[in-house]
Structure formats: structure tokens, C-alpha cells
Ligand binder design. Structure first.
Ligand SMILES: [Cu+2]
Length: 335
């Protein structure tokens, strides 16, 4: 009964919201927006501005879009029947692209001189690189002015803190930064495997460390292994480090509200006496972050594990293929 009550209240709220939007005028119509509203920092992005209609029935004659800071190397796609102009400018900071500093680039694109009837739909496309100065969870905006035969529509509103884009009449097209944890979570769903390398330090045995090749542009990779404690006291994997990654975290994965999520274990991972703890896809794992270069199949990534009692030990993570479920099939480059 309670559930039902909540459900109907939600429906009522939704109806009110729709009515309110109607009063606002025009807001009930589709917005100018980006076809792909999410991307990963540190990756190339293809932006397609969707133009669902003109201005109050008038045909669209030009589209002008501003490029936000942090999106560099932008190139618009020419469009038959439209004149393309770009405005370049200095970036607020220098970025690195292919090992070279970049300080300026396209800040504004205009497609003009064409005619897109109110009854028709079209897309205006550009590509660019979304730098890692943008963080997951962050949103950037591409204010767009749509000029029509008569009048214009300014898709330039940016939500204030605590405000949602849904509250705005003419929101600027937005792009949300996502981390590739979702990508990882998918990979994590693969079954566990095992390698063949074994390391011993004190009372601990570390078996078959392995990882997976990283898909293009991915900056994180999982690390898997088994730790067996044959001693009589507890130990703890405190941290790990490698020159192959900016940092390494120890993660736990869990289902929360039907969504696979991972969180760092800031106190490390305890291995009780007589126990084996397995770091595997879908469970505890190490997360190599800010990779200095992609992990390729056949690589052996050296990392130092730090245990509270047993101390430090260097191990090699054998990198399997993209869909690898084990490191054992990969070449062993050591010895
Ligand atoms: Cu993780």
C-alpha cells in the first residue's frame, strides 16, 4: 500500500511539472541538445547538435555554438548548403596534445546561410578532445544561438548551483563527464580466472597477478590476484604502487540499488590467518588509475604491494586480452 501511495504521488508531481512547463511557454517543445550527453575525460568526442524545430514556426537560418574550456582541438563538420565559420581564441590554460602544448583553438562555430524548415530535423556536427582537466561528474555547456528567418532562440541558460536543467526554459546543450567505472563494471562482470605465477613474502603467498588490456583511451585498469595467509596473525594489504599508473587503489565492488558500484578501501584489505582473499572481477580488486600508457596484451606490469606486517613485495601483473578472464594465457615477459 505504501509503495502504491508513493507511486501515485510521483505521478501527480510529474503532471504538475508538465503543466508548469506548459505555462512557461515553448518549454514543452524539444530542446536543442547534444546527441551524446555523456563522455569520458581524456577521450575524443563527437558532438552532434540536434535541431528539432525552428523558432516559433520560422525556419532555422544559422546555428552558432560556443565551445567550453577543457574541450580542445575542435573541428566542425562542413554542411552542404551552409557556410561554416570558426572563431579561434586562447584557451584559459595550456593543454597537452600529442606531447605538445596547445594554447588556442576553436572557441565558436557558426553554420549559416542555410535553411532548415521548422518541420524538419537536422544535426550540426563537430569533434574535439575532452581533456582530463574536466572531472567525472562535472558538466560543461555549449551555449547555442539558433537564428531563424524571424527571431532567434537562445539555448544559453546554464543551471545555477542546486538548480536542474529541467527548471530552465532554454538550457544550453550540456555534456556530462563520466568516469569509465561503468566500462570497468561491465568488464568486472566477467568470470574470474587464474594465472600461474606465485610470490611469497613472510607468511603470505601471492598467486597469479593479472590484468586486462585497456580499451582505447581508458585510463584505468583492474588488478587481480590471490593472497593466502598461512601465518597465525592477520595481515593487511595496505597499498600498491607502480610506475605504470599515477596511483593504485584497492577497491571493493557491491550492488547498490541494482547498480554495480566500486569504492576504495581506504583502510586496505585484511587477510586473516588461514584465509585466502581473492581479488577478482566483480569483487575486491586493485585499480590502476591515471595509466601512463595503455595496458597491452602480453605486457607484464610490475607493481609493489605493501603489506602491514609482511612488508613490500614486487609482483608482475600479466596482461590478458580485452575480454580476458585470466592472465595465464599471456606471455610471461619476466625471467
Ligand atoms: Cu575499481
Amino acid at each position: 500500500m505504501r509503495r502504491f501511495g508513493n507511486g501515485s504521488r510521483f505521478v501527480v508531481t510529474a503532471v504538475f511539472a508538465a503543466v508548469a512547463a506548459g505555462i512557461g511557454g515553448g518549454a514543452a517543445r524539444a530542446h536543442v541538445a547534444l546527441a551524446a550527453g555523456e563522455t569520458q575525460p581524456g577521450s575524443y568526442y563527437r558532438g552532434a547538435l540536434k535541431i528539432p524545430h525552428g523558432c516559433d514556426g520560422e525556419a532555422t537560418r544559422s546555428i552558432r555554438v560556443q565551445i567550453p574550456e577543457g574541450v580542445i582541438g575542435v573541428k566542425p563538420m562542413p554542411k552542404p548548403g551552409w557556410t561554416l565559420t570558426i572563431q579561434k581564441g586562447a584557451y584559459a590554460q595550456a593543454y597537452e596534445s600529442h606531447g605538445k602544448p596547445v594554447t588556442e583553438g576553436v572557441k565558436e562555430i557558426t553554420w549559416s546561410g542555410g535553411e532548415l524548415a521548422d518541420e524538419f530535423y537536422d544535426e550540426f556536427v563537430f569533434t574535439g578532445f575532452v581533456t582530463e582537466t574536466l572531472a567525472a561528474g562535472q558538466q560543461v555547456y555549449f551555449p547555442t544561438v539558433q537564428a531563424c528567418t524571424k527571431g532567434e532562440a537562445r539555448w544559453t541558460e546554464i543551471p545555477a548551483k542546486g538548480q536542474s536543467a529541467h527548471d530552465l526554459k532554454s538550457p544550453a546543450p550540456s555534456l556530462r563527464m563520466v568516469s569509465d567505472t561503468r566500462l570497468m563494471a561491465q568488464a568486472e562482470a566477467a568470470p574470474a580466472g587464474s594465472g600461474s605465477d606465485t610470490y611469497t613474502i613472510g607468511n603470505l603467498t601471492i598467486a597469479s597477478p593479472w590484468s586486462r588490456a585497456t580499451p582505447g583511451g581508458a585510463k584505468i585498469a583492474g588488478g587481480y590476484l590471490k593472497i593466502t595467509n598461512s601465518g597465525s596473525t592477520s595481515d593487511r594489504l595496505v597499498s600498491a604502487a607502480t610506475s605504470a599508473a599515477g596511483k593504485v587503489e584497492i577497491h571493493e565492488m557491491s550492488m547498490t540499488n541494482g547498480v554495480m558500484q566500486m569504492r576504495p578501501l581506504n583502510d586496505g584489505l585484511v587477510v586473516k590467518p588461514g584465509e585466502t582473499v581473492e581479488l577478482k572481477p566483480g569483487g575486491f580488486h586493485m585499480m590502476f588509475m591515471d595509466l601512463t600508457q595503455p595496458f597491452k596484451q602480453g605486457d607484464a606490469v610490475k607493481a609493489t604491494l605493501q603489506f602491514e606486517n609482511a612488508g613490500k613485495i614486487d609482483v608482475l601483473f600479466n596482461v590478458g586480452g580485452l575480454g580476458a578472464t585470466t592472465g595465464s594465457s599471456s606471455e610471461h615477459k619476466h625471467h
